[in-house]
Design a protein around this ligand. Structure first.
Ligand code: ZN
Length: 178
């Protein structure tokens, strides 16, 4: 197998794994879209701005599996190796903490995150803002939407200087703040 083929196989393996793990989940928009559409949206955005590293793309596909499914770090490591698992780990929130603590910690972590984790975080926040603009989550009033936008900006401001085009995409989404 050529390197290109190996990379593509890795990405498809990550997509299959994530689709399986999120199979019972829906997004919280009115259409209740399949959850996997969210990680796929991250990949679309990353490729659009020129990020094609298969490890980053795979980590983007897997980025919510630790936080939102029964997947463990050990399981990820067996299937995808340490590098990808570490990126996913870096962008995972500790769900045992309160919302306020999680928000504070995300901002602190953004500063010291690896470059690859920063790319995934940027794509995640940009896609979340785009989703809120397009189809706000059910039950989110304007205040909650604005609050999310402002917190997302705080997180992104803490990690800037990693990828111009991706940061621009985030700023463009933020400019549409409700
Ligand atoms: Zn996400």
């Amino acid at each position: 197998m050529s390197n290109k083929e190996k990379n593509l196989t890795l990405v498809l393996k990550a997509l299959t794994f994530a689709a399986e793990k999120h199979r019972h989940q829906r997004q919280d928009d009115a259409a209740a879209s399949p959850y996997i559409n969210h990680p796929i949206a991250l990949v679309n955005l990353l490729i659009e701005v020129g990020v094609t590293d298969s490890k980053v793309i795979s980590a983007a596909l897997l980025h919510d599996t630790l936080e939102d499914t029964d997947t463990t770090y050990a399981e990820l490591k067996i299937h995808f190796g340490k590098k990808i698992s570490d990126i996913v780990w870096e962008v995972t929130d500790d769900k045992s903490l309160t919302d306020a603590e999680r928000r504070r910690i995300q901002i602190a972590h953004a500063k010291t995150a690896s470059k690859h984790a920063k790319l995934v975080k940027l794509a995640d926040k940009t896609c979340n803002l785009r989703d809120i603009i397009k189809t706000p989550p059910v039950g989110w009033d304007i205040k909650r939407q604005r609050d999310y936008f402002d917190w997302a900006q705080e997180v992104i401001d803490a990690l800037r200087g990693v990828h111009k085009k991706l940061e621009k995409a985030f700023d463009k989404a933020y400019a549409l703040r409700p």
